[in-house]
Design a protein around this ligand. Structure first.
Ligand SMILES: CCC[C@H](NC(C)=O)C(=O)O
Ligand SMILES: NC(=O)OP(=O)(O)O
Length: 315
């Protein structure tokens, strides 16, 4: 595995999950990162991804450099052939090549603009780093995916699952801002890699990209979708068909304790950050049903397993 920019970069998921869980229990340790440097560029805010990935790298013996690329770095030009006579100071060709001199792995967070679907789906920023960097690239959430989060989610479900074939529901929930489909996309892709009863529930007008959800059942009645569910993965996303749009805030989609009565005492997951009492109610987040903190803890071990694999493959 040279890069980790999509969950499709992992061909042996069970092995990767096993390695992450083994690193978590310290049954295995590794200093494969000694003498190596991870460079992380954030074009958008972060708490979990930034800190868990830094911790993961340091557990492997890596040095870590982090940069708020939008705030501290030069404005970058990503279009090849551009005449750079406006506000962009540096081309990604030079930036990626120079970063490749300093870093052994380059990790990038770059959210979608949510204005131009075609441009966002081209993954211009992430793919430009892949094209012009000469070292492996790690996706810290891009315009269409969040593969480290999805691996974390798979690890967490494996840890908590007690059913032979669990019913797992990805549920839309309201949010005041237009958010990416990235987390939902990668979760939907990940669930299709396992033998689970996977259902997506969202209001009409919020279906995910059909290229991602493929033939996954979409249930527009949230409570019906929750029936006998073992896991409820809650996430907001803006409309794909009316790209980037937030329709009226459908407050009755907030996940509260009354909704869980339809489930099989389901575990509730969310990638965080979460808007309490808009996306998920206090009476769920403060209950035994919520595993969002355990889920966030697993971000470190997902990142550690991925970085370990990248470094081993780069040898
Ligand atoms: C990990 C989630 C990051 C981002 N969330 C916000 C609030 O921008 C999103 O929904 O993709
Ligand atoms: N879940 C997640 O990626 O959190 P941050 O946006 O805080 O990194």
């Amino acid at each position: 595995m040279k890069n980790y920019t999509s969950i499709s970069d992992i061909d042996d998921l069970e092995s990767m999950i096993g390695e992450a869980r083994s690193l978590k229990t310290k049954n295995t340790s590794s200093k494969v990162g000694e003498g190596k440097t991870l460079g992380m560029l954030f074009f958008n805010p972060s708490l979990r991804t930034r800190l868990s990935t830094e911790k993961a790298a340091k557990l492997l013996g890596m040095e870590v450099m982090v940069m708020n690329a939008s705030k501290d770095g030069w404005a970058l030009e990503f279009e090849d052939g551009a005449v750079m006579n406006s506000d962009k100071a540096e081309h990604i060709k030079e930036a990626a090549a120079v970063l490749s001199q300093y870093c052994d792995v380059i990790a990038v967070r770059a959210f979608p603009g949510l204005k131009d679907r075609e441009k966002d789906e081209s993954e211009l920023v992430l793919n430009s780093f892949k094209k012009y960097a000469t070292v492996p690239v790690l996706n810290l959430e891009s315009a269409t995916g969040h593969p480290l989060q999805a691996l974390t989610d798979a690890i967490t479900i494996q840890e908590f699952n007690q059913a032979k074939k669990p019913k797992i529901v990805l549920s839309w929930a309201p949010h005041p801002k237009a958010l990416p489909q990235s987390v939902a996309n990668s979760f939907a892709e990940m669930m299709q890699r396992f033998d689970v009863d996977f259902v997506i529930t969202n209001p009409e007008g919020y279906d995910l990209d059909p290229k991602i959800r493929k033939d996954v059942k979409v249930e527009y009645n949230q409570e019906k979708a929750f029936e006998n569910a073992d896991f409820i993965y809650v996430k907001n996303w803006s409309s794909y068909e009316d790209y980037g749009q937030v329709k009226e805030i459908e407050r009755n989609w907030t996940v509260d304790k009354s909704k869980l009565q339809h489930t099989n005492n389901a575990r509730v997951m969310h990638c965080l950050p979460v808007r309490r009492n808009v996306v998920i109610a206090d009476d769920v987040l403060d209950s035994e049903n919520s595993i969002v903190i355990q889920q966030a803890n697993n971000r470190t071990y997902a990142a550690q397993a991925v970085l370990k694999r990248i470094l081993e493959c780069a040898k």
